[in-house]
Design a protein around this ligand. Structure first.
Ligand SMILES: *Cc1c(COP(=O)(O)O)cnc(C)c1O
Length: 454
């Protein structure tokens, strides 16, 4: 039996800087726009929601941004995360490919999300903020911010998408254990939530609606800020610790990835792994293919329109140019709740337009098949979101087998699935089904995109 190999770095290898891809891009991404004036957004427009340090990171063109000491201190608890070579999976697939995965499930909340939650909590506390309000899909982000809030003495309030609130009750218990308050969204606590419930009392919720509720609450109080777990430039920036570590670990393995794979909901874990490698390539280094994997039931990168749109359903946020299914689109209630977002990070959308990355969509049953095959070979149970990356990596390894080429594949195993076992139970009993949206609903949501003069 071939044993899997683990590449471990010491604490001194925790990155000292976050890497900003914008510094190396051949073309700057389009600016975010004020929803009223349609003029490029200024820093003051975001000040009611975010601390100035994060707003500056949002618009920064510096290549490296120093990680504050207290944030690195917290990272030490689980970083550097391990990189594995999946020898047993390679054997099971009988592939000549070398498969590596970076495992972010070792964080306290079980995913990559604390990488940015800790940084955001730190900067908010430095700015004198006492309370953070946010949304969550499957609960990974809510529990990560709840954890970070507990460390930095901040109150945390989480609007959790209704369908996930019902599917994953233990994520709510985790948030409450860290001291956060968790409310099912749409709720009766906000105008945005009440408006949705008036139209449809049994609404399953969406990330777009939960964002509206959180932004509405945060805008009302001076001691309260809003916090977002994906999509924004500063969130993608914080996740680049993943790729920087992976570069050092691939060097330990004396290898370099030909293909880099990640799942994309808002795009942050994919960016975290891919951007440091992509940056090196843009500066004249080795080339790789970068493959983003999304759910067939919410395919913003592969089926969405590249256009200015709102980040939320009630249209309280700025307009950003991104691949979008339309802010009023409600994706079906599949299990990878972290991938149920109508839009995509503007930075990921921009580099897709520049053809620096590829995108692919899979249905959920095929992703769970891949996740179960991975678990039986490697022992780790992936989150339903991460199953998309596993499926992407397996398909690349099978392509190598067909073509008879020995390539190196690196993917991000962005979280474990220990709170998602209901979905695995459904899969094992044959009750998990692929879900599709109505084409007419997508067409309607796209027809409602705001009109922005070019
Ligand atoms: C939140 C989450 C995602 C989706 O968000 P990205 O910003 O695209 O990374 C994917 N996987 C896991 C485990 C998550 O918690």
């Amino acid at each position: 039996m071939s044993e899997s190999i683990k590449y471990v770095l010491g604490e001194e290898s925790i990155p000292k800087y976050w890497y900003n891809l914008v510094a190396d891009l051949p073309l700057a991404p389009p600016p975010a726009l004020h929803p009223g004036t349609l003029q490029p957004l200024g820093p003051d427009d975001l000040a009611p929601l975010f601390p100035m340090a994060l707003i500056q990171q949002e618009v920064s063109t510096e290549r490296e941004i120093e990680i504050p000491g207290p944030v690195r201190e917290v990272y030490r608890q689980w970083r550097p995360t391990p990189l594995y070579r999946a020898r047993r999976l390679e054997k099971a697939l009988d592939t000549p490919a070398r498969i590596y995965y970076k495992y972010e499930g070792v964080s306290p909340a079980g995913s990559h999300k604390p990488n940015t939650a800790v940084a955001q909590a730190f900067y908010n506390r430095e700015a004198g903020i006492r309370r953070l309000v946010t949304e969550t899909g499957a609960g990974q982000w809510g529990s990560s911010l709840a954890f970070a809030g507990a460390l930095f003495g901040l109150e945390v309030e989480v609007y959790m998408v209704r369908v996930s609130y019902d599917q994953k009750p233990y994520r709510r218990a985790l948030m409450e254990t860290y001291g956060a308050r968790c409310v099912a969204s749409p709720s009766n606590e906000t105008q945005s939530g009440r408006a949705i419930l008036a139209q449809r009392p049994d609404h399953p919720g969406s990330l777009g609606i939960a964002i509206s509720e959180a932004v509405e609450m945060a805008a009302q109080r001076a001691d309260t800020n809003y916090s977002l777990g994906s999509v924004l430039n500063h969130v993608l920036l914080h996740q680049t610790v993943i790729g920087q570590e992976a570069m050092a670990q691939m060097e330990m393995a004396d290898d370099y990835p030909d293909v880099i794979v990640g799942c994309t909901g808002g795009g942050s874990n994919f960016a975290g792994l891919a951007f440091p490698f992509l940056g090196a390539q843009l500066r004249g280094g080795k080339k790789a293919r970068f493959v983003a994997i999304e759910p067939e039931a919410c395919p913003s990168l592969t089926r969405g329109k590249y256009a200015y749109d709102f980040g939320d359903t009630a249209h309280l946020t700025p307009l950003t140019k991104m691949h979008t299914l339309g802010s009023t689109f409600t994706p079906p209630g599949f299990h990878a709740g972290g991938l149920r977002y109508h839009g995509m990070a503007p930075l990921i959308s921009h580099i897709r337009e520049l053809e620096l990355i590829e995108a692919r969509a899979y249905h959920q049953v095929a992703c769970f098949e891949a996740g179960v095959q991975f678990a039986r070979a490697e022992g780790i149970i992936p989150a339903p979101e991460a199953n998309h990356a596993v499926k992407g990596a397996i398909d690349e390894a099978l392509r190598c087998k067909r073509e008879g080429v020995s390539q190196s594949i690196l993917f991000n195993l962005c979280g474990h699935g220990h709170f998602d076992m209901q979905a695995y139970s459904q899969f094992h009993s044959g009750k998990l089904t692929d879900q599709s949206y109505e084409e007419s609903e997508l067409a309607m949501a796209l027809a409602g995109l705001p009109s922005v003069p070019a």
